[in-house]
Design a protein. Structure first.
Length: 507
């Protein structure tokens, strides 16, 4: 009897295990894509659907990497330890410059930690920036830059719709190809790199569309980068995932800045026609759209970069309204503070600006800070019977001033006003002619021929640029003017060849 009972229990256990396997199989069934079916195939079990919804890992049967899964199982719960060991080897191979073993080790790391995002960031930077510069031949450098970008794109397979990785692909495609010391060679190679173009196409970025083509009707690295930046922005909007690795201010500037950089690069390549003008117009429109985007401030409110002028105008108006209700208070406070300054500071303040010594100019700067009057001081100085009327104005002024100050700081980070002004200036005929004249003059001077013609081109360009800078003063205060400084240096060398003196500063 006991034997029969034992046998029955075993049968019941086996049957229960078999029955439990059915819901487990249903829960964990991977998705399968079948293009022959109307619904596209099976969505898989609950776990697969959750992985798809939240982009946690590979959800479809064809996406699951057998080697990756085997390595995870083989570590027997020590995957973190194994990954750390591989990182140590990777750093060692980097130090000894064994690039092939480094690449193989990196491949092993991503098999173990495909969803650890920092792996993709760190190693892509390692390949494109650190390893590439170890080679003398620019063609080998370009290949390693490509490997870094390819590595990032692979990361987007394991971490679908991850905004940070998509943004990084755009950054590397734009900055590493377009800003390197070898940018001329890299950009030229990128335009004709059919294999690289095919890689982008396979990953959803059509490099043959008009938005990706430069004025030579070939894929331009900056414009292709913009498509990746746009995909990153779309990923944030569609998945509501947080932006990783960059502040929103910088994250959303990638696409517009790629248009600006692409427009500038085309002019360096010698394109100044209607297409260049249209390119700058598109850049201006996109930069303004970026300025209208609502962005979070560290202070806890949101702002738009374009609203600075409006906010500051409101601050000025509120301040004027407060001064009207407290007449003379601001001037009286300033006078009281000025009376407490040292005699040397007072003397420096009274002296005309063009008569001050450098030491006196420094004292004036300090003095102006010490005698500045805050709106709170004006409020406290106002007649008591006027304070109930002033208080709401003062509170509104404080709020608008805080927002305006935050916008100003963030504008400086992305050089917002300069780029807005430059987009407006560059699309004018005057600026296009000025750039064309400088380009032609540089080309003629480099050829070693027609120096007199090159001189005429330079001097026509200087006249045009003088008017451009007069019409758009912010253009003077930026490092981008370095391009012109280099051309002025060539103009100086040209005059030396003609045995003529460089013109004195007329200011």
């Amino acid at each position: 009897m006991s034997r029969n009972a034992s046998f029955v229990r075993k049968v019941m256990y086996i049957t229960a295990i078999a029955l439990l396997l059915l819901p487990l199989a249903a829960l964990s069934q991977p998705a399968a894509v079948d293009p022959t079916k109307a619904d596209g195939g099976s969505p898989g079990g609950v776990l697969s659907q959750l992985r798809t919804e939240y982009n946690l890992s590979q959800a479809e049967l064809g996406e699951i990497d057998p080697a990756s899964e085997t390595m995870k199982l083989a570590t027997l719960g020590l995957r973190g330890v194994a990954a750390n060991v591989l990182w140590i080897y990777a750093n060692h191979y980097k130090k000894v410059e064994d690039w092939d073993k480094l690449e193989l080790t990196v491949q092993q790391i991503i098999r173990l930690q495909p969803n650890f995002l920092e792996v993709w960031d760190f190693q892509a930077h390692n390949l494109s920036y650190n390893v590439s510069v170890e080679f003398d031949d620019y063609r080998m450098r370009y290949q390693w830059v490509k490997k870094g970008i390819d590595f990032l794109i692979l990361g987007t397979h394991y971490n679908r719709q991850e905004p940070g990785l998509l943004n990084q692909v755009g950054w590397y495609t734009g900055q590493k190809v377009g800003r390197s010391d070898e940018q001329k060679q890299f950009r030229r190679m990128f335009k004709t790199d059919a294999d690289f173009h095919e890689l982008f196409r396979k990953n959803g970025v059509e490099v043959d569309q008009d938005e990706a083509l430069g004025p030579d009707v070939k894929p331009d690295n900056w414009l292709v980068a913009r498509l990746w930046f746009n995909r990153a922005v779309e990923a944030v909007a569609s998945t509501n995932r947080p932006i990783r690795g960059k502040a929103p201010l910088l994250f959303y500037s990638g696409g517009p800045m790629s248009l600006i950089n692409g427009s500038a690069a085309a002019q360096k390549d010698g394109y100044f026609g209607e297409r260049s003008q249209i390119s700058w117009q598109r850049a201006a429109d996109e930069w303004r759209a970026y300025g209208n985007r609502e962005l979070p401030a560290t202070e806890g409110f949101t702002f738009r970069l374009n609203e600075y002028e409006e906010r500051q105008a409101r601050v000025d108006q509120l301040r004027a309204d407060i001064d009207r209700l407290a007449p003379g208070a601001r001037a009286e406070i300033r006078k009281e503070k000025a009376g407490k300054l040292s005699p040397a500071m007072q003397a420096a303040l009274e002296k005309a600006a063009d008569k001050r010594t450098p030491e006196e100019a420094g004292m004036v700067y300090q003095a102006e800070y010490e005698i500045s009057v805050t709106d709170r001081e004006v409020f406290d100085k106002a007649p008591r019977e006027k304070r109930p009327e002033i208080r709401p104005l003062f509170e509104e002024l404080e709020n608008d001033q805080a927002v305006a100050n935050s916008i100003s700081r963030n504008r400086q980070i992305v050089n917002f006003e300069y780029w807005r002004t430059r987009c407006d200036a560059e699309r004018t005929k005057l600026a296009l002619d000025a750039r064309r004249n400088v380009y032609e003059a540089d080309r003629l001077f480099a050829s070693g021929e027609k120096f007199n013609e090159a001189r005429k081109q330079y001097e026509a360009a200087w006249d045009a640029w003088a008017q451009v800078f007069k019409d758009h003063p912010p253009l003077m205060d930026n490092a981008e003017a370095q391009d012109l400084i280099e051309s002025i240096g060539r103009y100086r060398d040209l005059l030396n060849q003609l045995d003529e003196k460089f013109p004195a500063d007329s200011s």
